[in-house]
Design a protein around this ligand. Structure first.
Ligand SMILES: [Fe+2]
Ligand SMILES: [Fe+2]
Length: 139
C-alpha cells in the first residue's frame, strides 16, 4: 500500500469534515421550535468536533507529504428548519464519516505509524459514537 492511497483517503475524510462543519453550523443556526434548546448546542458541538477532526486529518496529510484539500465534499447540504430532517441528514453524514474512517483504519494497520493510527482511531470512535447517538435519538 503506497502513501498516495493513504493521502487520497485522508483527503476524502478531510472533505467530509469540512462539509460537516458547515452542515452542523447551518443546522445549529436554523433549528426552530422547542428542540432548539437541545439541538442548537448539540449541532454546535458537532461543528466544533468536525473542526478538530479536520485539523488532525490535515496534519496527517502534511506529515505524509501530501497537500490537504481546501474544498469541502460536494455532497449537498440540504437546508431545513425541521429537527427530524436535520437529524436524518446528520445520521447520513455520520454514517458516511464512519465508513470513510473505517477504510482508513484498515490502511493504517499496514502502514506502521502508531501515532497516526491512534489519532485516526480516536476520530473513528467519535464518529461511531455520534452515529449511535443519532440512531437512538431517531429511534
Ligand atoms: Fe468527524
Ligand atoms: Fe462526525
Amino acid at each position: 500500500m503506497g502513501e498516495n492511497t493513504l493521502i487520497e483517503r485522508l483527503n476524502e475524510a478531510l472533505g467530509w469534515e469540512l462539509r460537516a462543519m458547515n452542515m452542523y453550523a447551518h443546522y445549529a443556526a436554523n433549528i426552530q421550535g422547542i428542540h432548539r434548546l437541545q439541538l442548537d448546542p448539540m449541532f454546535n458541538e458537532e461543528a466544533t468536533e468536525s473542526l478538530a477532526h479536520a485539523d488532525v486529518v490535515r496534519r496527517a496529510i502534511v506529515k505524509l507529504g501530501g497537500i490537504p484539500v481546501t474544498e469541502r465534499n460536494p455532497h449537498p447540504i440540504v437546508h431545513s428548519t425541521e429537527f427530524k430532517e436535520m437529524l436524518e441528514l446528520s445520521l447520513e453524514t455520520e454514517t458516511k464519516a464512519a465508513e470513510v474512517y473505517g477504510g482508513i483504519i484498515v490502511l493504517l494497520e499496514e502502514f506502521g505509524d502508531q501515532e497516526m493510527y491512534d489519532s485516526i482511531e480516536q476520530i473513528y470512535f467519535a464518529e461511531l459514537r455520534s452515529l449511535e447517538n443519532l440512531r437512538l435519538i431517531l429511534a
